[in-house]
Ligand binder design. Structure first.
Ligand code: DX5
Ligand code: ZN
Length: 216
């Protein structure tokens, strides 16, 4: 499978959200990556349900929603109604992860589980076959523009091993500090989806930057 690119709107110009969405629509990007932060699970607040609702009809590609919030179970239906196609919850925020994953599937969304940099992939051993996606954080969640954590490379390899061992069809997505200096190696280690925020939106020609990541 050709790898996928999911630009993170966190780095977009929110005063021009509509044209940023159009830019992603016309680019080679595969998904919209939407970072939801509650100021409790992470030390930052981003945007939420009303913003997604306002762009959902404009977004012509799947909406990959990354919930950096406590108790993500409470909002599964609300985000589904706001246009989410993929619902990514943090392992660290879910006490009853298996139930959460079932609820996501019941709403007809793909279920992703996100791991903070310190959380070992082995924690997913008993649930990996139920997942559509695992999102590995390659920075501590909460902010765009942070430095990539090098330990992500062997972590991807360990996750890939687990996925193959368990015959799971989960995709591996990597989020944080992704750019042209690490993208090739991430893919070689086994990543399927690359999230990129600052690298795309702060570049002179974001459409071209997305193509570059797509062709890498
Ligand atoms: C971090 C977010 C990321 C972030 C990535 O908490 O989950 O999706 O927007 O931004 P960059 O690519 O700038 O590290
Ligand atoms: Zn994210």
């Amino acid at each position: 499978m050709k790898h996928l690119i999911a630009p993170s709107l966190l780095a977009a110009d929110f005063s021009n959200l509509s044209s940023e969405v159009d830019m992603i629509n016309k680019s080679e990007a595969d998904w919209f990556h939407l970072d939801i932060m509650d100021g409790v699970f992470v030390p930052n607040i981003s945007f939420g349900i009303p913003v997604l609702e306002s762009i959902k009809d404009k977004c012509k590609k799947p909406m990959d929603v990354h919930l950096m919030i406590v108790d993500p179970d409470r909002y599964i239906k609300a985000f589904k109604n706001a246009g989410a196609d993929i619902y990514n919850v943090h392992y660290e925020a879910c006490t009853h992860l298996h139930r959460t994953v079932q609820s996501i599937h019941k709403e007809g969304m793909k279920a992703g589980v996100t791991l903070n940099p310190h959380t070992p992939v082995a924690q997913l051993e008993e649930i990996i076959t139920d997942l559509d996606l695992v999102l590995l954080m390659s920075v501590n969640p909460g902010f765009g523009g942070q430095k990539f954590i090098e330990n992500t490379y062997p972590k991807i390899e360990r996750l890939k091993e687990l996925i193959l061992k368990k015959n799971s069809s989960a995709l591996i997505e990597v989020d944080g500090g992704v750019d042209n200096t690490n993208a090739r190696k991430l893919l070689d280690c086994g990543a399927d989806v690359l999230v990129a925020g600052s690298y795309v939106f702060k570049s002179k020609n974001p459409v071209q930057t997305i193509s570059l990541l797509k062709e890498i």
